[in-house]
Write a protein of this length. Structure first.
Length: 456
């Protein structure tokens, strides 16, 4: 009897082991640098184990290639890896190019695993449920951070980060008491810095905005907007605003309350509580000033806001000019992965902090991959958005319409949001997002084999 029980326990463990490994992969990918020591993330060993388990299942891979209507996406993944591998030949900095190749290999393989694991709607629901729990945990951490009572230890703004093998950068950032008080309440979550956190939140925002449970929809959506304001993440603030306005074309009547609540919150933040003047909170002042610039209105006089020594917009503009000039000299072929930093380094970096990262993913893709690759990337990106739109338009399933519309809005908002971080090439939520988008299209296509208009 004891042997029988042990055999059943072992069999159950073997059956569920792949599921636990996949769940851990999702959790570690979302956490990214938040669970790490130095530059070794929890994700890395979990990713290696997941790849080993994947390649051990040759039947699944063969069936995937034969039966999935997403083979062109796989070809794009492989083509991306091949092109950046070739670019190593002429890349000025081979180390940067090799690192970049590793980054995209990890990212695209993560997307590939998600596509394979989500063959049916039930599997997709389970994936989204796991991600929802992890997102909620990170939002709770971010709320605590923006109140100043807690800081996730593995963060650029943590004073204990040196215990996790990272350099403490606070001594370089905090040049005055005012700036110290300012960054004390800047949330970073699990994503090391505020821009990456807010780019992640802008990606998941439509899933809450269009959620069928009103209390989840309103609470989570307003929390995301508030966290973005607390981080003074202006590009992401614009992204969630555009997403909210655009959502009226995809939302059900039950979502109109949330949309209205978010628009009222955006209007309140953009006008400093409808006062139309600078107020006490510097981060709200920054959002107000940004909103006025977007609308072409003159700046307001009032309490001075906390600023960096160099204007962020001017720094980004100079980074872009340097990159495009290097691309012109390269005849548009592409500098190679990671090598958009090279022309910045040649000029000694940009601004007081000697910045070398491009801080604009689309320009980075153009400069490093070249004109033809950037064009191919744009076509591939649009093909996914188009596929999602067709799923939304043709599906009679409420869940599929929700998945497709949320991903479509997130993909549109990401065009803006991706200009916020220094780079998103090693930003795992982006690759999780692409995997989910393609999985939605493939599930729909497999269940509706006669829908020839959804080809990829």
């Amino acid at each position: 009897m004891r042997a029988s029980v042990n055999d059943k326990t072992f069999s159950l463990f073997e059956k569920n082991r792949a599921g636990w490994l996949y769940s851990l992969l999702l959790i570690s990918a979302l956490a990214g640098p938040g669970i790490s020591y130095s530059y070794l993330y929890l994700f890395h060993p979990v990713w290696v184990l997941s790849l080993a388990a994947l390649f051990n299942n040759q039947t699944l891979i063969r069936e995937t290639w034969r039966n999935k209507p997403t083979r062109l996406h796989y070809l794009f993944f492989a083509g991306t890896l091949a092109w950046f591998a070739v670019e190593i030949i002429w890349a000025a900095n081979k180390t940067y190019a090799l690192k970049h190749l590793f980054y995209i290999m990890a990212g695209w393989s993560l997307s590939f695993i998600l596509i394979l694991k989500n063959n049916k709607e039930d599997q997709l629901k389970l994936t989204l449920r796991i991600l929802f729990i992890m997102i909620s945990v990170e939002m709770a951490v971010s709320v605590l951070e923006m109140t100043g009572i807690f800081r996730w230890p593995v963060s650029k703004l943590s004073d204990t980060v040196s215990f996790f093998g990272r350099k403490n950068e606070l001594q370089y950032i905090v040049t005055s008491k005012e700036i110290g008080e300012y960054i004390k309440t800047v949330p970073t979550g699990f994503h090391w810095n505020s821009n990456n956190l807010c780019t992640f939140l802008s990606l998941v925002f439509p899933f809450f905005l269009l959620h069928k449970k009103i209390w989840i929809s309103i609470l989570w959506s307003l929390l995301i907007v508030t966290i973005i304001v607390a981080a003074s993440a202006r590009a992401n603030y614009l992204a969630v605003t555009v997403i909210t306005i655009s959502s009226v074309f995809f939302a059900s009547k039950s979502n109109y309350i949330t949309i209205l609540a978010v628009l009222i919150a955006v209007a309140a933040y953009s006008t400093n509580g409808f006062t139309f003047r600078n107020g006490e909170f510097s981060k709200v002042n920054e959002i107000q000033s940004f909103s006025r610039r977007i609308l072409g209105l003159p700046p307001l006089l009032g309490k001075a806001k906390t600023e960096e020594p160099d204007n962020s917009g001017n720094i980004r503009a100079e980074l872009i000019r340097n990159g495009l000039e290097a691309l012109r000299k390269n005849y548009g072929i592409g500098l190679g992965g990671g090598n958009s930093k090279v022309p910045q380094e040649a000029k000694g970096g940009v601004g007081v902090y000697k910045i070398t990262s491009m801080h604009n993913f689309w320009i980075e893709t153009l400069v490093e991959g070249g004109v033809l690759y950037a064009l191919a990337y744009g076509i591939w990106y649009c093909s996914i958005l188009w596929g999602l739109f067709l799923v939304f338009r043709k599906s009679k399933k409420e869940n599929f319409r929700y998945y497709a519309s949320a991903c479509l809005l997130a993909g549109g908002g990401f065009i803006i949001a991706a200009m916020a971080p220094s780079s998103v090439i090693y930003f795992f939520p982006m690759y999780l997002f692409w995997g989910i988008c393609i999985a939605i299209i493939q599930i729909w296509k497999r269940e509706n084999a006669d829908t020839h208009s959804i080809r990829y």
